[in-house]
Design a protein around this ligand. Sequence first.
Ligand SMILES: Nc1ncnc2c1ncn2[C@@H]1O[C@H](COP(=O)(O)OP(=O)(O)OP(=O)(O)O)[C@@H](O)[C@H]1O
Ligand SMILES: [Mg+2]
Length: 409
Amino acid sequence: MNQKQENLITVLDAGSAKSVVLVAEVQDGVLRYRGHGVERSRGMRKGLIAELGPAAEAINRAALTAERVAKAGIETCVVGIGGTHVRGINSRGGISMGSRMREITREEVKAAVDRARSVALPPDREVLHLLPQEFILDDQAGIHDPVGMVGTRLEVNLHLSTCSGGVAQSVITCANRAGLEVLDTVYEGIAAAEAVLSSDERELGVCLVDIGASTTELAVFFEGSIAHTAVLPIGGDHFTNDLAVGLHVTVEEAEQLKKLYGNCVVTAVPQMNEIEVGGNLAISGGQPARMVRQRFLAEILEPRARELFTMLRDNLRSGGVLEALGAGCVLTGGGANMLGLLDNAESLLRVPARVGFPVPLSRMPQELVMPEFSAAIGMLLYTHRTQVRRASEEQGLRAKLKAIFAGSF
Ligand SMILES: Nc1ncnc2c1ncn2[C@@H]1O[C@H](COP(=O)(O)OP(=O)(O)OP(=O)(O)O)[C@@H](O)[C@H]1O
Ligand SMILES: [Mg+2]
């Protein structure tokens, strides 16, 4: 079956912990869930692909499952890009249209954006997204779409989301090896935002925090536009590793203990509670069982949570957006399931915080309405929105050409 004929959109989130392939169809302009496959990721280190073969194999298995559930062949996909190599840059540039007032055309808007993007990018940097924040026409700022307005000088404030060309290419190569042609790339922070933020939050100012296994992707919105993007080098696995070291248990057991008994607020855990550690021979590495105060886990986890949100606060401050979070921050990604994180976020950032669950697509199974699937679901929404926008732009262009030809005969 041909993917194009069926109006399918497929996305791939090759995360450090899991690889997800998610398929949806567009029917009467609405996205409908068709299928998905999730596999534990392989060959990844610190959010980067360290071994192509095992990483591609995991993606391939996820794609095969998604194909089976969707009852359709998958040939192409849109892939998410995350990791500390992703960086955001703000830039400003514009064009003059001569001394006489003129109506702004779409081509002039494109020319102004091109001028603003021609900032010197360091070598091996690729532009993932060109996101206009506002246009400034002569002295009037805050314009979202200047086409049809009249003026003499058009400027634009632009946010550029950039990534390492080499790293992006290895993700694409990996998808190719898994049998998927890559049509487009999306920054995972922007994708997750698409799935969990409301338009009111984007207007008031909000920071989306996607806490994955090895990194945390950020996307800050203010007055409806993207204001800042960054990636922090801490994720949920750092909490697990701290527990493994502190409790002298295997990483596998630490992961289980974190999920069952972990809390990032020491005082939220009753002082007398005790838990058994090392009892499960399959994952304890042969250690004998012993009792540990449950608070001891929180005493290990809380400093890591404080480190994460202190780093976040410093990053937002240096990006000039710390005071712009009228709607606070929204935590998503698997790491956002960690108990007590919201309290740490609120006390360190001094803004309200909530956990972001992705909006469910029509017919989507309930098990996907979890923070760890925000980026994948957001990629679908983002790709669909881009397709709709492109189609309407093409339609506009076609109507314009038709009018020109109609006038010339
Ligand atoms: N219930 C839970 N409590 C605490 N942590 C959890 C829970 N569930 C998942 N996590 C953590 O979430 C992390 C995985 O999140 P996610 O699936 O979003 O990562 P990923 O997208 O594969 O990774 P990345 O985005 O860094 O590439 C792991 O560190 C895991 O321990
Ligand atoms: Mg992720």
